[in-house]
Write a protein that binds this ligand. Structure first.
Ligand code: ZN
Length: 165
């Protein structure tokens, strides 16, 4: 017997993709990070367009697999994951839900910059623990190239900020 693909609606597709965690930061999902850009049916194939957070993102293969597996679990037989590198991923695409989760995990979310990254890097960063702006930058690179390390002068603890891109 031929299997028939589940013709999910756009809302159902986005809801399913919202359950796929980012491989590098599993507390946030691919949709709220802004990695999933578009979904579209072409006949019986569901095309999912993604923009990885970094051009040479080593997690790309994992993202591709997890999107495919989640949609196939929902009954979509043919899934095509397309990568779009231009325009490059920006932290401006990160949803407020993702920013709140980063903050709750003790990681300062990337500041909103409206295209002017340099300007925003000169502005004070709030400590994700106590909210104090009495913080100083100690290192441009944290545990990953996308993070910067700050110290909170009030609670004396270091914290990482997600670098604005
Ligand atoms: Zn603090």
């Amino acid at each position: 017997m031929m299997r028939v693909t589940a013709r999910l609606s756009d809302a159902e597709i986005w809801a399913a993709l919202s359950e796929v965690p980012d491989p590098e930061m599993p507390i946030v999902n691919l949709v709220e990070l802004g990695i999933v850009r578009a979904v579209a049916w072409a006949d019986d194939t569901l095309a999912v367009t993604i923009t990885p957070t970094f051009a040479a993102c080593p997690a790309y293969a994992v993202i591709d697999d997890s999107i495919r597996q989640r949609l196939q679990a929902a009954g979509v037989l043919d899934v095509e994951v397309r990568v779009q590198h231009s325009p490059a991923w920006s932290t401006e695409w990160m949803a407020d839900a993702a920013r709140s989760k980063l903050q709750a995990a003790g990681l300062a979310p990337p500041p909103r910059h409206q295209g002017d990254v340099l300007q925003v890097l000169l502005e004070p960063v709030a400590c994700p623990r106590c909210g104090s702006y009495n913080t100083s930058l100690c290192n441009n690179f944290g545990t990953t190239p996308c993070r910067m390390i700050y110290t909170c002068i009030d609670c004396k603890e270091p914290f990482e900020m997600f670098k604005p891109l």
